[in-house]
Design a protein around this ligand. Structure first.
Ligand SMILES: [Zn+2]
Ligand SMILES: [Zn+2]
Length: 269
């Protein structure tokens, strides 16, 4: 049986704490059989060597990150599988830069995220005000347009926090359903999976990503699921796992998937 957490950060990103080894140890204590370390990719689409130290590792830190994860894989071999992953931002027009950045490494799984929407972060502290200032429907439509492009790009294995703009409590307006449906269809067509993440349960919206209705839609479309915590501290590894598994079951999922060298395997739930 595969007991997994597919979204785990490290202190390199500047807004997570603790030693990477402690994330693995906590996963072990929670009964995980595999953990994908998936720190934020360097902000390759913004100018400068270190455009935002509080958001991501620098380009120079990437080789050390990979080295550390591979060393942990060796250390924990036979106890828990430590996978080499990354959470990579999608940035429209910068697809080749991302492909070039990822190319030198033998990733197990690449998570695709849209955090940068209409010129700014959609999930940064205070970004909730953007819904009032810029129009919630505008942001949601633009977000889903980008998410559909990201899913179709061939760069990613799993789309993260599919309904991220709800983070501060601004649920998707009814008039944005078509954009949402297009993102679901693009994800399905690209053969990309979706994470069911407990992170939303820890945010203002207090609901897993994706919410129940959207998750049912994704499952019905045939999009595979992975389970994740989006941990930014060792104690968050596997946090809320029972809840996200139950949510996937309630949405009709009967299996979840794992990755090795970007190849997917399905497991019954
Ligand atoms: Zn983060
Ligand atoms: Zn993210």
């Amino acid at each position: 049986m595969a007991v997994t957490d597919y979204h785990v950060h490290t202190a390199r990103c500047g807004h997570a704490g603790g030693a990477t080894r402690d994330y693995v140890l906590h996963g072990l204590s929670r009964g995980l059989t595999e953990i994908a370390i998936t720190d934020h990719v360097p902000l390759y689409f913004l100018p400068g060597e270190d455009p935002d130290p509080g958001l991501a590792m620098t380009l120079g830190e990437l080789p050390g990150y990979v080295e550390e994860v591979l060393a942990l894989r060796e250390e924990f071999r036979g106890r828990i599988d430590v996978l080499l992953g990354i959470e990579a931002d999608y940035a429209e027009g910068h697809e080749e830069a991302l492909a070039t950045l990822l190319a030198p490494y033998d990733w197990d799984v690449v998570l695709g995220s849209v955090h940068f929407v209409a010129g700014d972060w959609i999930d940064a502290p205070g970004a909730g005000a953007r819904h009032e200032e810029e129009g919630s429907a505008n942001l949601w439509n633009e977000y889903y347009r980008l998410l559909a492009k990201a899913a179709s790009s061939g760069l990613f294995d799993v789309m993260t926090h599919f309904d991220l703009p709800k983070k501060f409590g601004h649920h998707r307006p009814p008039e944005c359903e078509a954009a949402e449906d297009a993102a679901v269809a693009a994800t399905r067509a690209a053969g990309v999976a979706v994470e069911v993440s407990s992170a939303g349960l820890r945010k203002q919206v207090a609901e897993q990503y994706p919410g129940p209705v959207l998750l049912s839609k994704l499952v019905a479309a045939g999009v595979p699921v992975v389970f994740s915590s989006d941990s930014h501290a060792p104690a968050e590894v596997a946090w809320g796992r029972e809840k996200v598994v139950a949510a996937a079951r309630a949405a009709g999922a009967t299996e979840h998937v794992t990755y090795r060298k970007r190849l997917r395997t399905a497991h019954p739930m």
